[in-house]
Design a protein around this ligand. Structure first.
Ligand code: PGA
Length: 255
């Protein structure tokens, strides 16, 4: 049996924030807070703090550590890059791939992301795969098409058994770091569409087992409303994950 249940997850993408000392402080603040929601909590610090973060958490808190990116190769002369096996060697089993900032600022294409996904799957890593349309695509009404090609180009060659390692994060680019959140209606509409796509490609059981997160200016004030949608399983949080109280308010909103 390869299917897992849809999980409730709140993941914090720290982006290029927090040095080692600040990582230590934030982790100790997170450890002091109570997760009353039963949601799984994931944090994604920078590469240089990953091993340290795993050690600091030290299995004392139910917090998993993820990387924000990885290279598609297993090893080799790729200066500055980090492979899946290197991440695993420091206790990191989850990786965020396809974040819009990687696509926009670092030119990551569907072709490259497919290679990264394949490498992560081969290594048995869990993937948080991000998809999202930009403002122009939202306003011109092409957003379903954009999301559909981002998903099918990068993931739909996978066998159903490998889809169990994929968490999807719908992050409309126009809502990331802008303070502009998608409405609960827009979010539910897209999440339902994504689940339906997975159902067409695989089957309903696979679709119902996939966790789909929302990301984009998710805050304590809007988290309950966003997470109450039936196809929203939690969030990928940027800015608000840098503050322990705010992040756990969002975690505890995901019931
Ligand atoms: P934000 O970022 O919460 O700061 O909008 C979300 C993300 O980029 O994952």
């Amino acid at each position: 049996m390869y299917l897992t249940m849809r999980q409730k997850i709140v993941a914090g993408n720290w982006k290029m924030h927090k040095n080692r000392e600040e990582t230590k402080v934030l982790i100790s603040e997170l450890k002091a807070l109570e997760n009353t929601s039963g949601s799984r909590v994931i944090i994604a610090p920078s590469y240089v703090s990953l091993a340290f973060a795993v050690k600091e958490i030290n299995n004392e808190a139910a917090i998993d550590v993820a990387a924000q990116n990885m290279d598609q190769h297993s090893s080799g002369a790729y200066t500055g890059e980090v492979s899946a096996s290197m991440l695993k060697s420091v206790g990191v089993k989850t990786v965020i791939l396809g974040h819009s900032e990687r696509r926009i600022y670092f030119g990551e294409t569907d072709t490259l992301l497919k290679q990264k996904v394949n490498s992560a799957v081969e290594q048995g890593m869990e993937i948080i795969f991000c998809i999202g349309e930009n403002l122009k695509q939202r306003e011109s009404g092409t957003y379903f098409h954009v999301i559909s090609s981002q998903i099918s180009n990068v993931l739909f060659h996978l066998e159903a058994k490998d889809v169990k390692n994929i968490i999807l994060a719908y992050e409309p680019v126009w809502a990331i770091g802008t303070g502009k959140t998608a409405t609960p209606g827009q979010v539910q509409e897209m999440h339902a569409f994504i689940r339906e796509m997975i159902s067409w490609q695989y089957n309903e059981m696979v679709a119902n087992s996939v966790t789909i997160l929302y990301g984009g200016s998710c805050k304590p004030a809007n988290a309950v409303e966003l997470f109450s949608n039936k196809d929203v399983d939690g969030g990928l949080i940027g800015g608000a994950s840098l503050n322990a109280e705010d992040f756990y308010a969002i975690v505890n909103a995901n019931r």
